[in-house]
Structures are given as C-alpha cells and as structure tokens.
Design a protein. Sequence first.
Length: 90
Amino acid sequence: MDLTIAAAGLSLSLLASLWKAFSVIGTLEKQLLKLDHQIDRVELVVNGVRERMEHINTRISSIQREQQATLDDLEAYLHKNTSYERRGHS
C-alpha cells in the first residue's frame, strides 16, 4: 500500500510538472505570435519608408534634369547673344 501511495504521489508530481511545462510552452507561443506580429508591422513600415524614399529620389532626379535642361538652354542663349562663356569652357 505504501508503494501505491508513493506511486500516486509521484504521478501527481509528474502531472504537475507536465502542466507547468505546457503552461510555459503556451506562454512562449503567445509571445512568439506577438513578436511575429510586431516583425510584420516593422517590415511594412520599412517597406513603406523604402518606397517613399524611392519616390522622392525619382522626383528629385526629374527636377534636377528639368533644371539642368533649363540651365543649358539659358547658357546657350547667353552664349549666342552675349559674350558669356559656358561653364567649363575656356
């Protein structure tokens, strides 16, 4: 009978340990899901910032080309109609 009580006590101790282990695993899984969600949100933000930077870079490049074309036209006009020497030319 003492052996049966000892086995029952061991079984309860084992069950309690298993319950605690599964509880910890469940908590870790919840935290992992939260981290996955946060990672997804960060990726969306980073991708949005990257796309915005590419858009701004494209706009700046377009504006620079337009300004360079205007400057080239102005220098050509001045060179033709005045004694102005173009930049970079001696």
